[in-house]
Design a protein around this ligand. Structure first.
Ligand code: PRP
Length: 214
C-alpha cells in the first residue's frame, strides 16, 4: 500500500482529482468529513489529510511515501524530500505586496518591516537582492500587516488576486511562480518500486495528456 499525504484545503481537491484521472479513485473522500484518513476504492492507496506545512515532514520521515504540496511550502520548509513532478495545478505566485504608493520604487532598508507566513522565502529573496529587512512572521491574514501598520509590505501567495484587491493592496514585486508538486520519499522509491513506478507513470501519462490539450 502507498500512503499519500495531501495538503488539507485548496490542494487536496486538485490532488484527488488528478489521482482519480490516473485511475486511483477515492469515493470515500468527502470535504465535509472530519476523518483524516481515506482509502482508495481499490484499497491500494491511503490518503492522509495533513496541514500543508506538514506534508514534507511526513514524506521526509517516510510516514507517507508520497505527498502533494505547493512549491511555496517546499521552498519554505526546506525538507529532504525528492520533488518528482510538477502537477501544474494550483497555479499562483509569491509576491511582495503593499500599498500602490510603494509601487514606483520600493526602497527597503533595515527599518522596512515585512509581514509574512513565509519568513524563509522572504529572507532569501531580500538577501539575494542585498537588502536587509525586518521580517515579522504571521500565520494568516497577512494582508492586515500594511493596513493596520504592523508592516510596510507583505510577502504572500496570490492566486486570484482577490484578497489583495479587496484590501486595497497591489503586487509590488513578483518573487516566483508556484504550482502543486508531487514529492516522494527516496526509500519508498526503492522498497515499493513496482507500486511507486505504476503510480508515477499513471500520473505522468495524465499530465502529458493535459499538456497536449492546452
Ligand atoms: C492565502 C494567501 C492570501 C490568499 C490569496 O491565504 O495568504 O491571503 O490566500 O488568494 P487570492 O489571491 O485568491 O485571494 P489563505 O486562504 O491560505 O488563508 P490565510 O490568510 O488564513 O492563511
Amino acid at each position: 500500500m502507498i500512503t499519500i499525504a495531501l495538503a488539507k484545503g485548496r490542494l487536496a481537491k486538485g490532488g484527488l482529482e488528478l489521482f482519480q484521472k490516473a485511475g486511483i479513485s477515492c469515493q470515500e473522500y468527502s470535504k465535509a468529513s472530519r476523518k483524516l484518513i481515506f482509502m482508495s476504492d481499490d484499497g491500494g492507496y491511503r490518503f492522509i489529510m495533513v496541514k500543508p506545512s506538514d506534508v514534507p515532514t511526513y514524506v521526509e520521515y517516510g510516514a507517507a511515501d508520497v505527498g502533494v504540496v505547493g512549491k511555496d511550502t517546499l521552498l519554505e520548509e526546506g525538507r529532504a524530500v525528492y520533488e518528482l513532478l510538477d502537477l501544474k495545478f494550483a497555479q499562483c505566485k509569491i509576491v511582495v505586496a503593499g500599498f500602490e504608493d510603494k509601487k514606483k520604487d520600493l526602497i527597503t532598508n533595515s527599518s522596512t518591516r515585512v509581514a509574512t507566513k513565509y519568513p524563509n522565502i522572504a529572507h532569501s529573496y531580500f538577501s539575494e537582492k542585498g537588502e536587509i529587512v525586518e521580517i515579522i512572521k504571521l500565520n494568516g491574514s497577512v494582508e492586515l500587516g500594511p493596513i493596520i501598520g504592523l508592516s510596510d509590505v507583505i510577502v504572500d501567495i496570490v492566486e486570484s488576486g482577490r484578497t489583495l484587491k479587496e484590501n486595497g493592496l497591489v503586487v509590488l514585486e513578483e518573487i516566483c511562480p508556484i504550482t502543486a508538486r508531487l514529492v516522494v520519499n527516496q526509500v519508498s522509491l526503492k522498497t515499493k518500486k513496482d507500486e511507486m513506478k505504476y503510480m508515477i507513470e499513471s500520473l505522468e501519462r495524465i499530465l502529458e495528456e493535459e499538456e497536449k490539450d492546452d
